[in-house]
Ligand binder design. Structure first.
Ligand code: GAL
Length: 688
């Protein structure tokens, strides 16, 4: 059942913390005045408000929240109401120390910070259930309530005795017998045979972390346990407000915006009604071009759209800078509108901010906000936000529309965890998520839509599936790949594929038979290069550089497309293609430079007719993404977001004219874009 999509308009607004300002009535009054001016319509409330809602155990104060919610309802604004479990009141930690998290070194944390509770603690669960139920009872039919925001950025793990016991139960449930467990975890290695379930302990840096099956299962357990906590949180909420959608805000990792490491969001996505996430790119950095970063933002937004195959929400972003990047730059003029429209272009139905108003004290007092300490609507950031609010109104008809992709890239959490553990190959050079981003880059540069899916998604929807470095590859997925290719799909795989099974045990007897049949090759060896060492790929009179990895393969039915230029495998196949059923399976044996990926994918996309037909002459600095109207009986309409991610003027040529929704003007086929400019062009005549 899809509960999502209750609003006609894009959501614009963000985290609002009136609980910090209850002693400042003039500030609260000013907030409402400014909200209208910023064209903000949606506010996330109560995320960290537990101590304001329950100042002492069993003593509840909702009047302040009633007032805010009523006022917002009166102004036709939405509330995304949070459960406050992300940060608990001091009285709770004091009275029930078991709620505090124990870290992997088995040290009990003290009260402080946030996002640091034990997911197993029965007392924490009970206290959370009480406050959540009270919120649901009081607000389930409040006219402002649009959605539930469960906790905040679930993350981390707890290693307390209760969690250890839960982990043991989880493991027992999974393996049933010690014999099966020891087989899966390869028990006899370094004498790690488990002879009683009680011997199982979560991985710890002060203990043993070399049992890879155990590490992998711990990651899976942490995901399951976090989802279980989330399910516990929503029980009464779902019962009391069955039609109000529920979300929890997801994240991405590092400055490169790679998929979040520690939770399998592919699994978690199945438990939320709509995906929402918090996106904080370091625009204007000193390590890459604006387009480099924009393509990474594109990748991760595509992942969040693809996980549920529906529009998602940007739950948090910043109107200016953040406070936690090593250097916190503010957005240059134009960047706020551009970066906000990029979210929409990839399938977001919102642009929400952290934070509405800058906090007065503590660590986030200098974090970007819609309203600064100056309280001034004339300041540049406020004006930028108001401009985005206006733009979202102008493009209202795009809200809820889908984005179609015929190309998919597979990202797999199990694989990332196992590969990260693997003691072998280049310890620093695996870079699995970054490699996916490199493959993705061709499609971003050429304005071809991509879904970022998991191995559990339906493959048949795609003409091209790119599945690099699936080191952990269950037989079931191999069979799925076979079926997909047999039915006419094109599959691209690479070095470091198909080496271990789902419990991180290597396949015996050579490269798996299923893969040999599919790719028509057999991988014999994987050579690992030092960072300064290179090999060459010779293909069609061209020469490309290979670094980090070279698989030495024996070709069987596959056709060799390119060969290595050096070393003991000089002249042997480095790139192959195999006809398999109605489709083709490519194997890229070496890790190549971007120039090869550019030429390779150009050919593949041409063969499959996957190029963006609307773009006659594009630019790698200008990203063009679209959302399409699928309404029956109406002429199909496509909305093209043409975005200049560079500091220079750009020109692109497109197939048809249209109407720029931001200016109302008719565009012609040559589009001129100023630095950071975005145009959103509505084209009603479909391009054949
Ligand atoms: C998020 C968090 C917010 C705020 C923000 C700052 O990770 O959910 O509460 O701290 O970061 O960028």
């Amino acid at each position: 059942m899809t509960r999502y999509n209750l609003e006609e308009r894009f959501l614009h607004g963000g985290d609002y913390n009136p609980d910090q300002w209850l002693n400042y009535p003039e500030i609260l009054a000013k907030d409402f005045e400014l909200m209208e001016k910023a064209r903000a319509n949606t506010f996330s409330l109560g995320i960290f408000a537990w101590s304001a809602l329950e100042p002492a155990e069993g003593v509840f104060e909702f009047e302040w929240l009633d007032k805010i919610m009523d006022e917002l309802a009166e102004r036709n604004s939405n509330v995304i109401l949070a459960t406050p479990s992300g940060a608990r009141p001091a009285w709770l930690s004091k009275a029930y120390p078991e709620v505090l998290r124990t870290n992997e070194k088995r040290e009990k944390m003290l009260h402080g910070g946030r996002h640091n509770h034990c997911f197993s603690s029965p007392i924490y669960r009970e206290k959370v259930a009480i406050i959540n139920r009270k919120l649901a009872e009081r607000y389930h039919d409040h006219p402002a309530l649009l959605m539930w925001h469960i906790s905040n950025e679930y993350s981390g793990d707890c290693h307390c005795p209760i969690c250890q016991e839960n982990f043991r139960q989880w493991v027992k449930q999974k393996y049933q017998t010690l014999a099966a467990l020891n087989e899966a975890w390869w028990g006899p290695f370094w004498s790690h045979t488990i002879t009683d379930w009680s011997q199982i302990e979560s991985p710890s840096p002060i203990g043993e972390m070399q049992v890879h099956g155990l590490n992998l299962d711990w990651h899976r357990f942490v995901t399951d346990q976090t989802i279980d906590f989330y399910e516990h949180e929503i029980k009464d909420i779902r019962r009391l407000s069955p039609d109000v959608p529920i979300t929890t805000n997801f994240m991405a990792d590092t400055r490169d915006l790679i998929p979040f490491y520690s939770l399998d969001y592919g699994k978690f996505a199945q438990h939320v009604d709509v995906i929402s996430w918090d996106c904080y790119p370091a625009w204007h950095n000193d390590w890459g071009t604006t387009a480099d970063l924009a393509s990474k933002v594109g990748f991760i937004n595509d992942q969040y759209r693809s996980l549920k195959k529906q529009p998602f929400l940007i739950m948090e972003s910043t109107p200016s800078g953040v406070n936690w990047h090593p250097v916190n730059r503010t957005k240059r003029p134009g960047m706020h509108l551009l970066s906000s429209m990029q979210f929409i272009a990839h399938g977001s139905d919102s642009n929400l901010y952290f934070q509405w108003r800058k906090s007065r004290g503590s660590s986030e007092k200098f974090h970007g906000a819609v309203v600064d300490h100056d309280n001034d609507e004339q300041n540049r950031v406020f004006q930028d936000v108001a401009e985005v609010g206006k733009a979202l109104e102008e493009i209202k008809e795009i809200k809820g529309l889908h984005k179609k992709a015929k190309v998919a890239i597979i990202y797999d959490w199990d694989n990332n965890w196992a590969l990260n553990d693997a003691q072998g190959f280049g310890l620093e050079s695996k870079r699995y998520p970054q490699t996916l981003q490199e493959h993705y880059r061709y499609f971003w540069d050429h304005d071809i839509a991509v879904d970022v899916i998991t191995k559990d998604h339906d493959f048949d929807a795609y003409q091209l599936i790119i599945a690099p470095m699936l080191y952990l590859l269950p037989k079931e997925t191999m069979k799925k790949f076979q079926q997909y290719t047999k039915n006419g799909g094109t599959l691209v795989s690479t070095y470091l594929t198909g080496i271990v099974n789902e419990t991180d045990l290597t396949y015996l007897g050579g490269w798996p038979q299923e893969l040999q049949e599919l790719f028509g090759v057999s991988v014999k060896e994987i050579d690992t290069l030092y960072p300064k060492q290179k090999n060459l790929l010779l293909m069609k009179e061209q020469q490309y550089q290979i670094h980090d990895y070279c698989s030495v393969v024996q070709t069987n039915t596959a056709q060799t497309l390119g060969v290595y230029g050096a070393d003991f495998y000089q002249g042997q196949a480095a790139v192959t293609v195999n006809d398999y059923g109605e489709g083709s399976a490519y194997y890229l044996g070496g890790r190549t430079d971007q120039a090869f990926l550019e030429d390779f994918y150009q050919e593949v996309t041409q063969q499959l007719r996957l190029q963006n037909e609307w773009v006659r002459q594009g630019s790698t600095n200008v990203s063009i993404q679209s959302r399409e109207s699928q309404q029956e009986q109406l002429a199909p309409t496509t909305y093209y977001f043409v975005m200049n991610f560079s500091e220079e003027n750009q020109e692109v040529e497109v197939a048809t004219s249209g109407i720029d929704l931001l200016t109302g003007k008719t565009t012609n086929q040559k589009l001129q874009l100023a630095p950071y400019e975005v145009q959103i062009i509505k084209v009603t005549a479909p391009v054949q």
